[in-house]
Write a protein that binds this ligand. Structure first.
Ligand SMILES: O=CC(=O)O
Length: 315
């Protein structure tokens, strides 16, 4: 088995080491070392453990002739070449449901933090400016009662909607078709329509070729100078260059971002903006969720090698 050791907690590594023969591929190392690693272990590897950051692309899959399963320590499977796995009969599993509450909590945290400027105000107090200059400038906006627009009313999107409702926020949503579970929410047939009719727009859908750059210039313009974008999905959902220029030019009111186009690189122009909150892709990063995810990764592998039904199959 191989496992990308970046972002994997010791609990998971220990469980994998206890039950399987584990080879750790450090994807941050020089390409030569990774190539040597694969040449040495290619024939013995029957399973890959991926993450939200490093999965199994066509190139890796092609180098592993005996690969049977990719068990991803993530909800999203956008870093795995699913078509290739299907074609080769390689099983794929992920970790759905167990981090839904945590990701939704973070989305609400970002909405509140951007609206109420929690991060710059915290910095203001820490740097001693409160006692020197007096109150922080009155720039914060009310969050309660604002219309929240959700792209992708799946498990995470619905958990965000439920939380926002408790703040008195009307909910609108976009998906390819109207959802019976969203009977109390306002359906918008296009993302531009949704952006034009909400105050805070949240990306909560899976990343697929169809949803890449679902947030483009037209959507940003429709959201407008008072609007806030929250992204707890994936960086490539957003045309990041357009987002950065809209924020710098004041064409967008603010953004709460947990994910970026080229992680861990974040556009430095954003660092100086008080209307932007930046997180290092930590939506599911709670001790509780990550333990449950680790248990699912191991449980899926055990099920596979015991010829039992997979716990959370994707392919
Ligand atoms: O981004 C995190 C995940 O997909 O679990």
């Amino acid at each position: 088995m191989t496992c990308s050791s970046v972002q994997v907690q010791p609990y998971l590594l220990e469980a994998l080491e206890e039950k399987f023969t584990l080879h750790k591929l450090d994807t941050t190392t020089e390409p030569d070392k990774a190539a040597r690693f694969l040449r040495t272990h290619r024939d013995s590897i029957r399973a890959v453990v991926g993450t939200a950051f490093v999965g199994a692309d066509a190139e890796l899959i092609d180098q592993l002739p005996n690969l049977e399963i990719v068990s991803s320590y993530s909800v999203g499977v956008d870093k795995i070449d699913l078509a290739k796995c299907k074609e080769k009969g390689i099983r794929v599993t992920n970790c759905p449901d167990v981090s839904t509450d945590d990701v939704a909590d973070l989305a609400l945290g970002l909405m509140l933090a951007v609206s109420r400027r929690l991060c710059p105000i915290d910095r203001y107090v820490r740097s001693g400016l409160w006692s020197k200059l007096g109150d922080y400038k009155l720039t914060t906006k009310q969050f309660s009662g604002k219309t929240v627009g959700i792209i992708g009313p799946g498990n995470i999107g619905m958990a965000i909607a439920k939380r926002a409702e408790a703040f008195g926020c009307p909910i609108s949503y976009f998906s390819r078709s109207q959802k019976p579970a969203c009977i109390n929410y306002n359906y918008c047939p296009t993302v531009v329509d949704l952006a034009a009719n909400c105050d805070i727009l949240v990306v909560a859908c899976a990343l697929t070729p169809d949803t890449r750059h679902i947030i483009n210039r037209d959507v940003i313009d429709a959201l407008g100078p008072e609007g806030v974008l929250v992204n707890i999905g994936r960086g490539p959902h957003v045309d990041e260059a357009e987002l950065v220029s809209a924020l710098l030019e004041g064409r967008l009111g603010g953004a709460g971002l947990d994910v970026f186009q080229d992680e861990p690189n974040v556009p430095e122009e954003l660092f100086k903006l008080d209307n932007v909150v930046l997180m290092p892709h930590v939506g599911s990063a709670t001790v509780e969720a990550r333990k449950a995810m680790a248990d699912l990764v191991v449980g899926n592998l055990e099920a596979h090698f015991l010829n039992k039904p997979l716990l959370t199959p994707v392919v």
